[in-house]
Design a protein around this ligand. Structure first.
Ligand code: KIV
Length: 274
């Protein structure tokens, strides 16, 4: 069943609309997608923001981390998503290595992503350390979504996917970083796996919308990885994940039914033949 939207809500989602949603306390629903078919379905179901996440490295490519996916590969995923999307705001993750080494390299890569995909924004992980890259990208007219807390591109430094900013010093730094991103001109901020109270405080202090994943109910919106919330990956069950379907079982049953129909020649039938 797709969500019924009124005419104002039916408009293409823009940076202006996201700000308006925060002001009007209307929650923002964000979800990942990496291909045309899934993007068509999630857009029609009323999702506000589609994130072409670098989680594509895990869920589409089978890598252990988000680090291996390249800019060229992200562009292929993003082009397919943009082709499918009528209403949602499409954000593309800048992958590891595409923005950290040199701010000019970063702005060139952001421009390449925007030019070749037709997406609405890019997302980068981090704050002060990538400040010059953020400034150049935003000055080029590209909307940027920030990402703080558990930033998976730094997994080798963190050493685990545990909750971030539980200690006071890290929490205080995270608050400073969030303000830095707003002052630099980011249009929204993803907060991943941090205590709910901290995410609520940041949300109340910022004018830009916050989107949480494992950050409690106090953020302006929520994001989940599509394959995880559809129950396609039975091995990944963190506490924050609500599973809305069990597609691993449904797909497994459908495909094994098909295999047995082929083996016992009950597919195709005369009606399914020319
Ligand atoms: O890549 C991704 O899917 C993300 C979300 C988890 C926020 O960055």
């Amino acid at each position: 069943m797709s969500t019924q939207l009124n005419s104002a809500e039916n408009r293409k989602v823009t940076t202006k609309r996201l700000k308006e949603m925060k002001e009007q306390k209307e929650k923002i629903a964000m979800i990942t997608a990496y291909d045309y078919t899934m993007a068509t379905l999630v857009d029609a179901a009323g999702v506000d923001v589609i994130l072409v996440g670098d989680s594509a490295s895990n869920v589409m490519q089978g890598n252990k981390t988000t680090l291996p996916v390249t800019t060229e590969e992200m562009i292929v995923y993003a082009k397919s998503v943009v082709r499918a999307t009528k209403r949602a705001f499409v954000v593309v993750d800048m992958p590891f290595g595409s923005y950290q080494s040199n701010p000019y390299h970063a702005v060139d890569n952001a421009i390449k992503i925007m030019k070749e995909t037709g997406a609405d924004a890019v997302k980068l992980e981090g704050a002060q350390a990538i400040g010059e890259a953020l400034r150049l990208i935003i000055t080029a007219g590209i909307p940027v979504v920030g990402h703080l807390g558990l930033t998976p591109q730094s997994i080798n430094q963190f050493g685990s996917y545990g909750v971030r900013a539980k200690e006071e010093a890290e929490a205080a730094q995270l608050i400073k970083d969030a303000h830095f991103l707003e002052e630099t001109g980011c249009c929204a901020l993803v907060l991943e796996k941090i205590p709910a109270g901290l995410a609520t405080r940041i949300t109340s202090e910022l004018n830009i919308p916050t989107i949480g994943i494992g950050a409690g109910a106090g953020t302006d919106g929520q994001v989940l990885v599509l394959q995880d919330m559809l129950g396609m990956n039975t091995l990944f069950k963190p506490k924050f994940l609500r599973q809305y379907a069990n597609l691993a079982e449904e797909i497994g049953n459908a495909v094994s039914h098909y295999v047995s129909d082929v083996k016992n020649v009950s597919f195709p039938s005369a009606e399914e033949s020319y």
